[in-house]
Design a binder for this molecule. Structure first.
Ligand code: BG6
Length: 485
């Protein structure tokens, strides 16, 4: 079995912030990999646009270096790289002024291809870019814009951002990226749920005891301290990535796998979320270890009250989920890099086996990264004579093993999402109302911390987070899954 590459139309892609970190690490190497996979027709063009004064030749050198560093296996194919670079150009641009705009307009106007503008810049510039694209005649129906998170820092700022984009672009031209939606295994959540008969009939509060969503990282804030200390885990991870995972695991089956239907169902989940009680949240900050300074040292504020870890119990008030808690947690400097969604089913209501002590549950774990795969815990008889003693064993399916070569190296989230922009498929992008609804739920939680002067608990680097998170589940008679790959 060989994985299929679906052709895309020729396109012009302008990357604002074309010399920035995201462009260097993800966007440009990702585009090169798509080029190698045959998904960049010869007429297509990529135009970097940024403040730096350089010409096309210098930009191509910059891109070649980025690909050498971050391109992966294909980076060594000199012939392909030379051909790819031929399709690249650069325009120095002043996002808030007039410099460069005529030149950019000349380069892309009048070409009959899909036209996308990637705003890989600070959100403070989104409105200026949208306004200038309009002024220079580049906001017509052929144009799409791609915007990155953070999409606002609360409901009010998200509304302002949405309004500034909506002045010049229709919702169907706006692609808000949450890179978690581009991850292969995150999409697999939908395949597992809606492509199998097995799970969906049990996917409700009658059969599911609780669900855990864990996104654990081993890295600290690194060089991003200034940004991160103004955000914290709640804004940086929960409002977007974990919220999207929660939506995909909890939503009703959409009538079709198409943008409107999927996004409508996700929105309904967010709108059904209960407010979170303060005693259902634990926040933490990591301490130093041999490799890294503590969180507070890292962000250069000995009194910082921003969380690098958050765990919470969330309820969904709808027919399907009322009574089933969702436990969410994410943090930096934890024991392992491991992201997993675990569906813990209820215990049997009656056991026919006298010898058995009970307590068995089916547990479905969907490992998002690394070692993507699914494990289903089932109960069987312990081998050997002497009665019916039951044990729980895992039915383990690693996607890499099951798919062999056909699994290949799945495209990076950004590659997939950029190709979806070119195809005009918004299914894996966040709609404006979804983002606003997520902030509407998040805001009171964050405001509560500020009003109460809440200080996060310290936790050891390399641990599972603050002990209070375990206590929170123990109060419910439950425990977190171990953080392991
Ligand atoms: C980003 C956050 O959106 O996601 C980072 O800003 C975080 O703080 C990253 O490290 C995690 O992404 P991934 O793909 O490595 O799980």
């Amino acid at each position: 079995m060989v994985s299929r590459v679906i052709p895309v139309e020729a396109f012009d892609l302008v990357i604002f912030g074309g010399t920035g970190d995201l462009a260097r690490r993800k966007i440009l190497p990702g585009l090169f990999r798509r080029f190698c996979a045959g998904q960049m027709p010869a007429e297509s063009r990529i135009v970097g646009a940024a403040r730096s004064q350089m010409d096309g030749a210098k930009y191509r050198e910059f891109v070649a270096e980025a690909i050498a560093e971050f391109g992966g296996k294909v980076a060594s194919d000199a012939e392909k790289l030379a051909a790819f670079l031929q399709q690249l150009d650069y325009v120095p641009i002043d996002a808030r002024g007039v410099g460069g705009w005529e030149e950019l307009a000349d380069k892309v106007k009048g070409r009959k291809f899909v036209r996308a503008f990637y705003f890989s810049v600070a959100p403070g510039l989104f409105g200026d870019l949208a306004e200038r694209l309009h002024h220079y005649g580049l906001s017509d129906k052929a144009s799409r814009i791609v915007v990155e998170k953070p999409f606002g820092r609360d409901l009010a700022t998200a509304q302002t951002l949405n309004a500034s984009l909506a002045e010049h672009f229709n919702e169907d031209q706006i692609y808000r990226i949450d890179h978690y939606l581009g991850k292969e295994t995150v999409q697999n959540l939908m395949a597992v749920r809606f492509g199998n008969m097995l799970f969906e009939p049990l996917w409700n509060s009658q059969y599911v005891d609780h669900i855990q969503i864990t996104v654990a990282e081993t890295v600290g804030v690194g060089t991003r301290g200034e940004y991160y200390d103004k955000s914290g885990a709640m804004r940086d991870m929960v409002q977007n990535h974990l919220m999207q995972l929660l939506c995909l695991i909890a939503m009703e089956p959409p009538a079709k796998f198409e943008p409107g239907a999927v996004r409508d169902e996700k929105l309904k989940v967010i709108r059904a979320l209960d407010p979170v009680e303060p005693h259902h949240i634990v926040r933490g900050q990591y301490l130093s270890d041999d490799e890294d300074p503590s969180y507070r040292e890292g962000v250069n504020d000995p009194r910082s009250k921003t969380e690098s870890y958050v765990a919470m119990k969330v309820g969904i008030s709808n027919w399907r989920w009322a009574g089933t808690p969702f436990y969410l947690r994410t943090g930096k400097k934890l024991a392992e890099r491991a992201s997993e969604i675990t569906v813990v089913f209820k215990e049997l209501n009656h056991s026919i086996f006298d010898d058995d002590e009970g307590g068995h549950r089916n547990v479905l774990s969907i490992r998002l990264q690394p070692n993507e795969g699914i494990t289903l815990g089932v109960t069987i008889k312990e081998p050997g004579p002497g009665g019916m003693r039951l044990i729980d064993v895992p039915l383990d399916m690693s996607f890499a093993e099951a798919l062999g070569d056909a699994g290949g190296d799945p495209p990076d989230a950004y590659e997939r999402l950029i190709m979806d922009v070119i195809r005009g498929n918004q299914t894996l992008f966040m709609r404006g109302d979804e983002v606003e609804a997520a902030w509407e739920w998040t805001d009171p939680i964050i405001n509560g911390w500020t009003e109460r002067g809440d200080v996060p608990k310290s936790y050891e680097s390399g641990s599972d987070g603050p002990g209070d998170a375990a206590t929170m589940l123990a109060r419910d008679g439950r425990s977190w899954r171990a953080i392991k790959t």
